[in-house]
Write a protein that binds this ligand. Structure first.
Ligand SMILES: Nc1ncnc2c1ncn2[C@@H]1O[C@H](COP(=O)(O)OP(=O)(O)O)[C@@H](O)[C@H]1O
Ligand SMILES: [Mg+2]
Length: 252
């Protein structure tokens, strides 16, 4: 498992093999999420006070929500104040996975609920871990996620937190992740070993590239172990490299 050099936008070789950490503190999974946390600090642009990180993938079921919950948890555990937002306003799962109420949530803020009332999203698990569920499902998620109101919610939250993680729907199914991407520092793409279709992954990177999204890196979910990193991941990583160079400069 290689930790990449500073600012290289290469794969986070994170190998994750259990469900959500707050319910299942399996040692290897914890270590892999911690590694993801460390790798993230190498790929984030310098000087951003509160990085806003989207988590997406090509299709449903690849582990976006699981990754978003666990990444936000390990960041909070390291002492940072972290807000996790369920930005999947079509099939939200954060509230269910965490066994909390799904409202009030993001759609309430989008509809005018005062966004300084962040206290309601504080979790009972960690002092500095805040989780904002989806709220009631709206008819127009893509418009809402790309709206100026969304931008101001994120900007206000960025003044209060050290990290914001946004769980998003898949890129190839709906335009929501692309719609909000202009307000994000960068995106993490989740790939599920032996599940993610290569052509779907290529389409996902193509879309992200076309929308000029800064892909911070990828998470290999449910990979069995970290040995033989390059041979195991090569089949997926070539699609990433096709659209994003390893030097981090955007290809034209
Ligand atoms: N590494 C893993 N090991 C075992 N089960 C997993 C793992 N990652 C995800 N799952 C399970 O797979 C299903 C889909 O994961 P989820 O995070 O909801 O995906 P997505 O948000 O991409 O649709 C969930 O039931 C989740 O608990
Ligand atoms: Mg999800």
């Amino acid at each position: 498992m290689a930790i990449k050099k500073k600012n290289s936008r290469s794969f986070f070789d994170a190998v994750v093999n259990k469900k959500t950490l707050h319910k299942n503190l399996e040692f290897t999974a914890v270590e892999q999420y911690k590694l993801l946390r460390a790798n993230l600090s190498f790929t984030l642009p310098e000087g951003v006070k509160c990085p806003i990180i989207g988590v997406t993938s090509s299709m449903r079921g690849e582990g976006k929500s699981t990754t978003a919950i666990n990444l936000s948890y390990v960041l909070a555990e390291s002492g940072k104040s972290v807000l996790l937002i369920d930005g999947d306003l079509r099939i939200p799962s954060v509230a269910k996975k965490m066994d909390i109420s799904s409202s009030p949530g993001l759609t309430d803020l989008l509809m005018g609920y005062e966004s300084h009332q962040m206290g309601v999203f504080k979790t009972s698990l960690l002092e500095n871990w805040y989780v904002m569920p989806s709220g009631d499902l709206p008819p127009n998620p893509s418009e809402l996620l790309g709206s100026r109101r969304m931008e101001s919610i994120l900007r206000l939250a960025a003044e209060k937190f050290d990290y914001i993680i946004v769980d998003l729907p898949p890129v190839n199914v709906v335009s929501d992740a692309l719609a909000i991407s202009k307000y994000l520092t960068g995106m993490i793409v989740v790939i599920r070993e032996d599940y993610t279709e290569k052509k779907e992954l290529e389409a996902c990177f193509r879309q992200l590239k076309l929308s000029n999204v800064n892909v911070l890196g990828c998470v290999m979910n449910e990979a069995e172990n970290s040995n033989g990193t390059h041979s195991r991941y090569r089949k997926y990583s070539k699609y990433y490299r096709k659209y994003y160079t390893s030097s981090g400069t955007h290809q034209k």
